[in-house]
Write a protein that binds this ligand. Structure first.
Ligand code: SAH
Ligand code: SF4
Length: 359
């Protein structure tokens, strides 16, 4: 299938799940005001609903005890609050927890909670599966089931919050799926998470990771919020990147370079490039010098990651020394670099290991 067709197909495969327009987790204060008006209720009910949803985080309309029984049952019949069911939960020795949630139409996604001191990071999915087909990614191997709604994306954060019994302090959209082929729902979820009347997480603590869907990076750079952007680069050599990431082959690295320049100019923010080191593929001297040229004199940060082994794939992680070599060279040409350790590898929760079934 051509990448163009893939993107089209993803756009068409939006959910028909009953939760799509009716789930209150995806609603703004305005939406809630319209809903209570439609139900013939006074305007202040919207604030009450908002408080039950976001502050008290109830999972059922029955728990909204300051609403009349009749209103609670009207809400129950027409709207949803949570539509996912936890099918599995695994805990890593590093404290991370991975969950498998299944929605009412059978689509399932994974999300991960990663505690660290008094912080709790959530890694959430934006699609069930992914159609981009990256060679190194377990999610890509199983194809796309469908895109998630904003409410389904937000629900994963709620799920992690309630399981840990503490507030999520940052969210990364680095679970299953490509957020920028599900742009509107992803953005709406980011806004619910950021909204002071919603979850109230600072925009800089909300990160979207894309494999490089250029038109949407341009669009993202024009959004008013200061959300954080990460781009999966994985190679600055066109032929290598085409082979590793066939879903973004239609956009050249030159165009990626240009749009990232535009992003930095417009927002003044530093994007991150994700680079998973793969033995003999993107960890050679030639690859390193292309990477230095791509990043030099631009506003960016490079995250070097060890490739996580994906069952059934012939790709292998580089020798750890390569990450050190890469980091030194990049820093010597003035490029900020971090070597990132994956978390949750023992429960297959690390980058690229999220699949639709646990096991
Ligand atoms: N689709 C988006 C976000 C989800 S993937 C994207 O591609 O950016 C989240 C991150 O995990 C991306 O940086 C991706 O490149 C990385 N990743 C995927 N498979 C990996 C693997 N096997 N080892 C290390 N990182 C991987
Ligand atoms: Fe999809 Fe991202 Fe995996 Fe590529 S790395 S297949 S874009 S989830």
């Amino acid at each position: 299938m051509q990448p163009q067709e893939q993107v089209k197909q993803q756009e068409n495969q939006q959910t028909s799940s009953k939760s799509r327009s009716r789930n209150l987790l995806g609603c703004t204060r305005r939406d809630l005001e319209a809903i209570v008006k439609e139900l013939g209720q006074p305007a202040f009910r919207a604030k009450q609903l908002e408080s039950w949803i976001w502050d008290k985080q109830v999972t059922s309309f029955d728990d909204m005890t300051n609403l009349s029984k009749q209103l609670r049952s009207e809400l129950t019949n027409t709207y949803a609050l949570r539509t996912g069911t936890q099918e599995a939960r695994l805990t890593s020795i590093d404290g991370s927890r991975k969950y498998l949630l299944r929605f009412d139409d059978g689509a399932s996604v994974e999300c991960v909670g990663m505690p660290s001191g008094n912080r709790l990071a959530a890694c959430v999915s934006t699609q069930a599966g992914c159609a981009m087909g990256c060679a190194f990614c377990a999610t890509g191997a199983s194809g796309l089931t469908r895109s998630l709604t904003a409410a389904e994306i937000v629900e994963q954060v709620f799920h992690i919050t309630s399981d840990f019994g503490s507030r999520v302090t940052s969210v990364v959209m680095m679970g299953q799926g490509e957020p920028f082929v599900n742009y509107d729902e992803t953005l709406s979820a980011l806004r619910r998470l950021n909204d002071p009347y919603g979850m109230g997480i600072g925009a800089r603590h909300l990160t979207v990771s894309t494999c490089g869907v250029i038109p949407m990076i341009a669009r993202f750079s024009r959004e008013p919020e200061q959300f954080t952007l990460a781009v999966s680069l994985h190679s600055a050599v066109q032929r290598t990147r085409d082979a590793l990431m066939p879903g973004v082959k239609r956009w050249s690295l030159l165009r990626l370079y240009d749009v990232m320049g535009e992003y930095a100019d417009r927002t003044g923010r530093r994007p991150t490039y994700e680079y998973a080191l793969i033995k003999g593929i993107n960890d050679t001297e030639e690859e390193l010098s292309y990477l230095c040229d791509f990043c030099r004199d631009t506003l960016c940060h490079v995250n070097l990651i060890q490739l996580n082994a994906v069952p059934g794939s012939h790709l292998e992680p580089s020798n750890p020394q390569r990450a050190i070599d890469f980091s030194r060279r990049l820093q010597s040409v003035g490029v900020e670099t971090t070597i990132r350790n994956s978390r949750g590898a023992d429960i297959e929760a690390a980058c690229g290991q999220l699949r639709q079934r646990l096991g």
